[in-house]
Design a protein around this ligand. Sequence first.
Ligand code: EPS
Length: 372
Amino acid sequence: MAGSSFGQAFRVTTAGESHGPGNVVIIDGCPPGLSLSVDDLRADLDRRRPGQSRLVTQRSEPDAPEILSGVFEGRTTGTPIAIFIANQDQRPRDYGELASLYRPGHADHSYDAKYGLRDHRGGGRASARETTARVAAGAVAKRLIHEAFGGEVLAYVTQVGNIRAAIHDPSAVTLEQVERFGDGTPNLVRCPDEEAARRMIELIDQVRREQDSIGGVAEVVARGVPAGLGEPVFDKIKAELGRALFSLPAVLGVEYGAGFGCATARGSENNDVFIAEPGEAGVQIRTATNRHGGMLGGITSGMPIVLRAAVKPTSSLSREQATVTAAGEPAVVRTRGRHDPCLLPRFIPMAEAMVALVLADHWLRWRGQRAL
Ligand code: EPS
């Protein structure tokens, strides 16, 4: 009922606030025998970490995970895995005046309306800080789907403001292209089209100087996913993935495959033609194109899953904005905390984590339903 758990067979529950002692996730349902250590969690937590570059929030958090349970001698035991990530750079004093002010674009008013009280230190429970817990769980899910069926999930930025990347084949994009430019320097914006990425970085620098923020689009690709994952009717894999991505802060739109582009197409153009190819286990049915984004009838088709999420410009601005107090008096608010001028670079590991969680959950559900 209370909404802090996600998934059925691979079930995660998160707890934590932005300026409390830390964030925790409990993963229930991970099969025993999966090799797992904190090192498996670090790479994605580092990609999500605040303070990683000038383009993101300057809050300085090491985000060092601690595995408290469920792993013995380097392997999962099948019992709940608890992971704790401490908050170390809290500055609740920056947020004192927010106890009675509503920041535009934030959840302050909605939380008051729902609970009648709220932790006003930073975003509290609504802060993207909570996604540390999901990214840690997502790293476990990534290990599981890789071990189970060779599945891989990769996300990258395709748009910041009006700057769009040219991506010809989503399933050909590599982690190396997302993380580094050709000369080996870090790709701070995580857009694999280097020319577009450099312009995106300039734009983010510009909005930061103007005490403003900018939104964008991320694309997520899941490769190696077998055909047959997903449930009729309400737990269609597309519905589950939509729910997963919409549960992340700042997401205002999700589409997959041809997405909203399908509105202008005719059926004769939109249908992906089936083809048969020789595979390791006999004939493999595929489609010649992938406008359906890897899901038909809400069940995976065996083609790569391709999704996009639209992410809004960060609501926190260091410039003055008009608002009202909880009592309805006119007021001015200027967010003093440390914020991302663009959420997209850090959104990438969050989106990957949520997609991996859905795939891990549905692979376990598929396994539990195989015919005798
Ligand atoms: C965030 C607001 C800022 C960011 C935060 C995300 O934090 P605070 O809650 O202190 O205002 O710094 O990012 C992180 C600290 C993090 O680890 O992701 C928000 O409103 O989402």
